[in-house]
Write a new protein. Structure first.
Length: 202
């Protein structure tokens, strides 16, 4: 199955189609005016997204994953979702009001080295996180889980019986080294199976 394709139309294409199909010789400025004033269109930057994120195959995979996840929740399983991100600046302002002829520029406040944030949250509302300056790799992931398992053993002895660990398919989540470590610390087997169900790559 192939991904749905969207046709990108520009003013030049419309002018050409009007000429070839209807015999109408219209100017680009007139077409632009109609698009804006009569049809409510605006001329703005395009956003490029990876094709695989919108492919029919990936939509089906995500649907199958959602059904499996809902079934786990109906069976009273606790799901702990793990992921990571980073912070490399201290200001998150993306838009600002400014006079028409003035710049909306602002001083960039970088964080060097950047902060790596690793976090896990469960369906009961609990949250565990760690901050570091290290680049996230298999070693960092394994260190986080070593401490997470230790904490879960303290908070909920026997937690493995009703808990699922959910990860995406980042290389350091699914590497042979990481998976071997998960087996060593006795993460529930379903945890690794479910993490692979969420794959969205072709």
């Amino acid at each position: 199955m192939q991904a749905e394709k969207k046709t990108i139309v520009n003013v030049g294409m419309i002018v050409k189609e009007l000429k070839s199909r209807k015999g109408i010789d219209e100017s680009r400025s007139k077409v632009s005016s109609i698009l804006k004033k009569e049809l409510g269109f605006s001329y703005r930057g395009t956003k490029k997204v990876p094709v695989q994120c919108n492919s029919a195959r990936c939509l089906i995979l995500r649907q199958q994953f959602a059904l499996e996840l809902l079934q786990l929740l109906q069976n009273k399983k606790r799901v702990i979702n793990f992921d990571e991100t980073w912070l490399n600046e201290s200001s998150f302002i993306r838009k600002a009001w400014a006079p028409k002829n003035a710049s909306a520029s602002m001083t960039l406040r970088s964080i060097t080295p950047r902060l790596s944030l690793l976090g896990a949250s469960d369906t009961d509302g609990n949250c565990w996180y760690a901050l570091s300056h290290a680049t996230t790799d298999s070693n960092v992931v394994m260190l986080f889980f070593r401490h997470l398992v230790r904490q879960l053993d303290i908070e909920s002895p026997g937690w493995q019986a009703d808990t699922i660990i959910l990860l995406d398919n980042a290389p350091y989540h699914s590497s042979a080294e990481t998976r071997a470590f998960f087996k060593k610390i006795q993460l529930p087997r379903a945890a690794m199976e479910l993490s692979q169900a969420g794959r969205a790559q072709p």
